[in-house]
Design a protein around this ligand. Structure first.
Ligand code: ADP
Ligand code: NI
Length: 204
């Protein structure tokens, strides 16, 4: 994974994967679940993300499973990890999450915590910058996407992304430990947006 993420921009780089891995380990220590499955799924969660693979939706599970089997992993572990990798991504404001196992919830929580707070803000602008998006365009309203397809095609400004995803994450965290950490990270984003709009509107 370290090799695969060489040279990628700051929103999705090896350090993101490593932070998700470490956060997932922390959550697992408190919340329980199978530590090996949690770690493998955290490490492989962005192995073929639609934002990085040219747009193919739901490819990650298949690619993760092939890799684990190739490395001598058991069918059972490869299947469990594949299901988590397929379920982990945010797919739109009005699209339900399908994560039923504790291990899946832990990995999704860890990935989402990394999209929130100070690091979440930094990652969002790194992502928008890499794709030459505006910081903010008051003429374009945020959309609450009904399908994964329309969410994946969205090209809006980066402030919109806070309303289309990042501010919704707090209420979609599963484990009590992640919910506690998420409260603070959510507040950091809310404060940032207040300051951003205050500066934009020249409220000195
Ligand atoms: P997910 O699989 O849930 O999308 P990832 O770990 O793959 O989670 O990365 C999501 C991160 O990518 C977001 O939290 C954000 O930092 C960045 N990102 C994705 N789409 C956008 C966007 N349209 N504008 C700004 N940042 C974005
Ligand atoms: Ni991720």
């Amino acid at each position: 994974m370290k090799q695969q993420f060489q040279g990628t921009e700051g929103s999705h780089d090896w350090q993101h994967v490593e932070r998700v891995w470490r956060t997932a380990c922390h959550l697992q220590e408190i919340e329980g679940g199978d530590r090996i499955v949690v770690q493998l799924a955290a490490l492989l969660h962005d192995i073929s993300d639609h934002k990085l693979n040219g747009g193919e939706l739901n490819a990650g599970g298949r690619v993760a499973k092939e890799l684990l089997l190739q490395l001598g992993g058991s069918d059972q572990v490869a299947e469990q990890v594949a299901a988590i990798v397929d379920g982990v991504s945010f797919k739109g404001a009005r699209v339900a999450d399908e994560v039923s196992t504790l291990e899946g919830q832990i990995v999704q929580d860890a990935d989402r915590l990394d999209a929130m707070g100070a690091i979440g803000i930094a990652r969002a602008f790194a992502f928008g910058g890499a794709r030459h998006r505006s910081l903010y365009d008051p003429a374009v309203a945020p959309q609450l996407h009904q399908t994964f397809e329309s969410y994946a095609k969205a090209q809006g400004d980066t402030i919109n992304h806070f309303h289309e995803k990042l501010l919704l994450l707090k209420d979609r965290l599963h484990t009590p430990t992640a919910q506690r950490i998420g409260e603070h990270r959510h507040a950091v984003m809310v404060k940032f947006l207040e300051d951003f709009h205050s500066e934009w509107d020249l409220r000195f």
